[in-house]
Design a protein around this ligand. Structure first.
Ligand code: Z5A
Length: 214
């Protein structure tokens, strides 16, 4: 059995992650690769409940520390109940956001200590790293405009953030990509959807040709 691989999709709000994640799954399935689509925070019933807690804007404040712990709590539940078993079956898992989001949002965006995030990641991942991460990069103004045009109701706690916050998050993602250029593949996401798909297909072709390794 070919081992399963974890592909993660990252980027700021409105970068097109959900659109690309669905397309990646279909691309793999068309090539007879069994692939499962999921997302963070969430992915399982219990982790989706944690997602609601961490995203909703309530009357109580949620510190950056609590936010980080909730992201990792949801991730642990997701890894144990969905990602781990799927990879063990030999499926590929396409995950809309993963730990790089914590590094970028809680680390770069909120100023949470990077070393602490890595300690939590080491504990929760138990050695698992994505084989490939597609970082959809685009100017903050473009992402926010796309997200706004699609939004139908009230903002969640992240959607209510300032452009300056998303600039820090974007810079955090780009710093991660510079640090791990082999795993993190930069996709120019302000391009047309067809062009984005072309860029992603090139990465996926290399990945599948290499047997799924990073
Ligand atoms: N978060 C965190 O802080 N720490 C963590 O560890 C994790 C998450 C895991 C929820 O994430 C929040 O959780 C997130 C960070 C935080 N908040 N923020 N920001 P989410 O991924 O569920 O939510 P999101 O980032 O707000 O996703 P989104 O707004 O749904 O954006 P998207 O998935 O990147 O975009 P999309 O839905 O695919 O596309 C948006 C629109 O643009 C849509 O109308 C598309 O049709 C259109 N689109 C897509 N691609 C294109 C191109 N190429 N051209 C033109 N139009 C396009």
């Amino acid at each position: 059995m070919t081992p399963g691989r974890l592909i993660t999709i990252e980027g700021i709000e409105g970068a097109g992650k959900s659109t690309v994640a669905r397309w990646v799954c279909e691309w793999l399935q068309r090539r007879s690769v069994s692939a499962q689509l999921t997302r963070e925070p969430g992915g399982t019933e219990l982790a989706e409940r944690v997602r609601r807690i961490v995203l909703e804007r309530g009357s109580e404040s949620v510190s950056a520390t609590a936010e980080t712990l909730l992201m990792f709590a949801a991730r642990d539940i997701h890894l144990v109940n969905l990602i781990g078993p799927a990879l063990a079956r030999g499926d590929w898992v396409v995950c809309d956001r993963f730990t790089d989001a914590t590094r970028a949002y809680q680390g770069a965006g909120r100023g949470v200590d990077a070393a602490w995030i890595e300690q939590l990641a080491a504990r929760v991942h138990g050695g698992l790293e994505p084989a490939c991460t597609l970082l959809l990069d685009l100017p903050v103004a473009v992402g926010l405009a796309r997200a706004k045009s699609r939004r139908d109701g009230a903002c969640d706690r992240f959607e209510a953030e300032t452009a300056a916050f998303f600039e820090r998050v974007r810079a955090g993602y780009l710093a991660l990509a510079r640090r791990e250029p082999r795993r993190i593949q930069l996709i120019e996401a302000s391009a047309s959807l067809e062009d984005v798909q072309r860029q992603v297909a090139a990465v996926l072709s290399r990945l599948t040709a290499a047997g799924g390794g990073a």
